[in-house]
Design a protein around this ligand. Structure first.
Ligand code: FDA
Length: 300
């Protein structure tokens, strides 16, 4: 119920544009690294100091105008420049819809090409985040197109999709982030039951660890993390073949612990004024995150 409510709220364009005007509110500041690049670089340096690398996401949703997509592209190019100049350990995560996928396929392809090209010159990896089912095929198509020219690209496999097993085999030669999946998807396309999603998640992680290129295991679920730790040990999978990933601000102690145990660890660092949809999806995943909101509202 709460999950559906927050997913619904995350898709509300009016609230989204209103939130942009007011800076980080409602507790979003504990899960969003900053509203500008300078603040974000500072957060990355702090994480790097603990041996944690970062993947930086310039937040943005509901992009239906070319000017907005171009603005997002420029901002991401600036982030790449800042990563290079500051010599921080970070790469880029981006959402194809923010770069114009809902406007025009070739316009989006060209925006992404410009980003991947600049990142490639600085040896910076670019991850294409995966969104809802309607955007999967064009996002994979762009990835395939750009991988003919560049090798610094990879993407995400969402375990709730029935098609995920086929996709992971098809894209095994990419560096892949494997996640459970964050959007509300129809029953005909995706598992709805937590147990089924978890089981598929583990199956995909194990398969890619054994067969694929580098694997990013993106989850806050300690049961899955413990399972992966046992699995890599039993199967002699070296640490440089995988990393754990979590979102900025979540389970900070576990993030530090995994890094200090010698595992590669990468924190997903979102930043920017367009924090609303991202924040609502986090509330949908874990209504306990409402504590963040409550603390902000009552600790005035
Ligand atoms: P889940 O929410 O299923 O929780 C499982 C258990 O873990 C809980 O019952 C609890 O015990 C524990 N737990 C979880 N969060 C906790 C917390 N904050 N504190 C204490 N215990 C906690 N999705 C997508 O569709 N496309 C994408 O590109 C991405 N990208 C992405 C990157 C990264 C780095 C992450 C971490 C996640 C994504 N996601 C994503 C989101 C992903 O699909 C998923 O929705 C969330 O990670 C939530 O699922 P979890 O596996 O983290 O745990």
């Amino acid at each position: 119920m709460l999950k559906d409510l927050f997913i619904g709220l995350s898709q509300n364009q009016l609230l989204n544009s209103a939130a942009k005007k007011y800076g980080l509110k409602l507790g979003a500041q504990s899960v969003v690294a900053g509203t500008n690049i300078e603040e974000t670089i500072k957060s990355i340096k702090e994480l790097n100091a603990h041996g944690i690398s970062c993947t930086v996401d310039n937040l943005g949703e509901f992009v239906f105008k070319k000017e907005e997509a171009t603005e997002a592209k420029e901002q991401i190019l600036n982030v790449i420049e800042a990563i290079h100049e500051n010599e921080v350990d970070a790469h880029i995560s981006l959402k194809p819809t923010q770069l114009g996928l809902d406007i025009d396929y070739h316009f989006c392809l060209n925006n992404l090409r410009e980003i991947v090209n600049k990142a490639s010159r600085y040896d910076i990896f670019v991850n294409f985040d995966m969104e809802d089912h309607g955007h999967l095929d064009p996002s994979f198509d762009i990835l395939d197109e750009l991988s003919k020219e560049y090798d610094n690209v990879g993407t995400v496999i969402q375990a709730y999709f029935f098609r995920a097993e086929e996709d992971i085999q098809k894209y095994q030669n990419y560096r892949l982030r494997i996640v459970k999946g964050a959007y509300k998807e129809p029953e005909e396309l995706a598992y709805q039951d937590k147990k089924a999603i978890d089981a598929n998640f583990i199956k995909l992680i194990e398969w890619h660890l054994l067969n694929g290129k580098f694997t990013s295991i993106a989850t806050h679920d300690h049961n899955i993390i413990n399972h992966v730790k046992d699995f890599v040990k039993k199967n002699d999978i070296p640490n440089d073949k995988f990393e754990f990933q979590m979102l900025y601000g979540f389970r900070k102690e576990l993030q530090l612990q995994l890094a200090s145990e010698g595992y590669n660890f990468c924190t997903y660092v979102p930043f920017g004024k367009d924090w609303y949809g991202y924040f609502m999806r986090r509330l949908a995943e874990r209504p306990q995150n409402l504590n963040l909101v409550a603390k902000q509202v009552f600790n005035k």
